[in-house]
Write a protein that binds this ligand. Structure first.
Ligand code: NAD
Ligand code: ZN
Length: 251
């Protein structure tokens, strides 16, 4: 029987418009903890108490202290890992067109992918709840909690909290590229957060092959994944790229 990784390499080496959907798992090997799963933040905190917009608006000080402050410290020094680099290589080979990411860490752009849809916004910027001014997260003064804008208003990260809408353009473009792709790589997502988790369904309904990379099975694995590759993105992606390069340029 042909090894799943070789099979995935066959499919990708012929693909012309592949899309990747990534989640927190692809950044685990960059030292950023995911929400769910082993070592996830949810082992320590209740998501609805800290990552819901109502929780933030009710008590921004607690949400800053429990979630946002630690995230800033981790993201300040995080760097792309071989999982992210593999997606850049796939783009350079002319196979991958777009990355749809649920992550807010900016690592796909730092690695060098040119078309990244940030489905849940970006942690690099903060907005003032009062005057809407934007401030770089790296410039936020953490000595006061919650941090404030020069006008005195409270700052919030430009990420989508639970209970908030997905940025309209990100949602529409994601649906469009998912419907048009010939292969979708689903990497490091528990596929439990909606509406991001519908993108592989849209791709599958439109004839794309679904290749999933995750050390654990997800709700997609038995339902729609054509090729589940069990393992961490940082080890699977380099092996996949090696197998694709061995096949040479597609015609
Ligand atoms: P999740 O936290 O719900 O699930 C993480 C998934 O990654 C799990 O299925 C786990 O098995 C898998 N995983 C763990 N290690 C992996 C590895 N080395 N390689 C590949 N996969 C691995 O993640 P989610 O589905 O993205 O949903 C959580 C939400 O939390 C997202 O919407 C995202 O916005 C946010 N989030 C973002 C970051 C980030 O920006 N890096 C970090 C935590 C949470
Ligand atoms: Zn302000």
């Amino acid at each position: 029987m042909i090894e799943p990784i070789e099979h995935a390499a066959d499919i990708l080496s012929k693909a012309k418009s592949a899309v990747a959907l990534t989640g927190a798992g692809i950044s685990v090997e960059s030292g950023i903890p995911p929400f769910r799963g082993k070592g996830g933040l949810w082992e320590k905190i209740d998501p609805m108490k800290v990552a819901h917009i109502d929780a933030f608006l009710d008590d921004p000080e607690t949400v800053w202290k429990l979630l946002i402050k630690d995230m800033k410290t981790v993201l300040d020094t995080a760097r792309p890992n071989p999982g992210h680099i593999g997606l850049v290589d796939l783009e350079r080979l002319g196979i991958l067109k777009t990355v749809i990411t649920q992550n807010v860490d900016g690592l796909h752009q730092m690695a060098g992918n040119s078309d990244v849809i940030e489905f849940h916004g970006n942690f690099a910027w903060q907005s003032c709840l009062d005057c809407n001014q934007s401030i770089k997260t790296s410039q936020v003064d953490l000595t006061q909690m919650p941090p404030r804008c020069s006008c005195g208003g409270i700052l919030r990260p430009d990420c989508v909290f639970f209970g908030e809408m997905i940025p309209h353009d990100a949602l529409i473009r994601s649906q469009r590229v998912s419907a048009a792709c010939d292969a979708m790589l689903v990497i490091g997502t528990s596929a439990l957060v909606q509406p991001a988790a519908t993108m592989p369904l849209i791709a599958k309904d439109n004839g794309a092959v679904i290749i999933e990379i995750n050390p654990e099975p997800t709700p997609l694995t038995s339902r729609i994944s054509d090729l589940p590759l069990l393992g961490g993105a940082g080890s699977i992606m380099p092996r996949l790229l090696k197998a694709i390069r061995r096949r040479g340029p597609s015609t």
